[in-house]
Design a protein around this ligand. Structure first.
Ligand SMILES: Nc1ncnc2c1ncn2[C@@H]1O[C@H](COP(=O)(O)OP(=O)(O)OP(=O)(O)O)[C@@H](O)[C@H]1O
Ligand SMILES: [Mg+2]
Length: 226
């Protein structure tokens, strides 16, 4: 009999898999297909998103994405944004991610720490060393595999706007902010090719999903069974 605390017979060893990319690149769109692929290959999947993914994290998300000035007309300062991102992430890691991995489940994360290097490091210009220190102190693990959906900034913003929702605080940033975000993501993929796989997110959804699933299969083929 399978219990919540043990992997199902024949189930695969759990992995932490993250999806990254700029605004509107298609992360949430391809997530469902990746989940299906993982389940078909014997993984039990726990999906997460950042910021958020826990009740406390979702409250932090609301604060982070609210476009209204928060302090009598003053914006949220970049260091507060950084620490709130990590507060949300630490809550997620300790209450959801680590318990899931300990059970042998696979975690499919809609953004993880790479996003802080890209947005708070690249976008906001905060020091990479501080972000790396927060990662080392509080997250204490890298994803086993990361898919970077890479897309021209304007194309991504147009897709995000086509969803019809009002722009959130981050989506209201200037184009050069998003160009720096994209630059950091690409630089990290170039520096860590064994972990980060880049998928061109410009083609139609079906083609992006196919490429993402192929990259995921490439990782899973080398990921050991329990
Ligand atoms: N390959 C694609 N071609 C055209 N439209 C797409 C493609 N992928 C996603 N979309 C559409 O673009 C919009 C943004 O996609 P999605 O919400 O998945 O992006 P995201 O990366 O999760 O964005 P965010 O960073 O805001 O969370 C959605 O309306 C989605 O249907
Ligand atoms: Mg999304």
């Amino acid at each position: 009999m399978t219990t919540a605390a043990s992997a199902a017979p024949g189930a695969r060893r759990g992995a932490l898999i993250s999806l990254e990319g700029g605004e509107g690149a298609g992360k949430t769109t391809v997530l469902a297909a990746l989940r299906e692929r993982l389940e078909a290959r014997g993984h039990r999947v726990v999906g997460t998103r950042e910021p958020g993914g826990t009740p406390a994290g979702e409250a932090i998300r609301a604060l982070l994405l609210d476009p209204r000035p928060c302090d009598g007309g003053l914006p949220l300062v970049p260091n507060a944004e950084l620490l709130l991102m990590f507060a949300s992430r630490v809550q997620l890691v300790e209450t959801i991610v680590e318990p899931a991995l300990a059970r042998g489940d696979t975690v499919l994360a809609d953004r993880f720490t790479d996003a802080s290097f890209a947005y708070q490091g690249g976008g906001r210009g905060l020091p990479t060393g501080v972000i790396a220190e927060l990662e080392r102190a509080f997250v204490r693990r890298l994803p086993d595999f990361t898919l970077l959906l890479d897309l021209d900034v304007q194309a991504g913003l147009a897709r995000a706007r086509s969803r019809g929702a009002p722009a959130d605080r981050i989506e209201q940033e200037r184009d050069d902010f998003f160009e720096r975000v994209r630059g950091v993501y690409r630089a990290r993929a170039a520096a860590q090719p064994e972990r980060i796989s880049v998928v061109d997110a410009a083609p139609p959804v079906e083609a992006v999903v196919r490429a993402a699933c192929a990259a995921l299969d490439g990782f899973l083929d080398h990921w050991g069974s329990a």
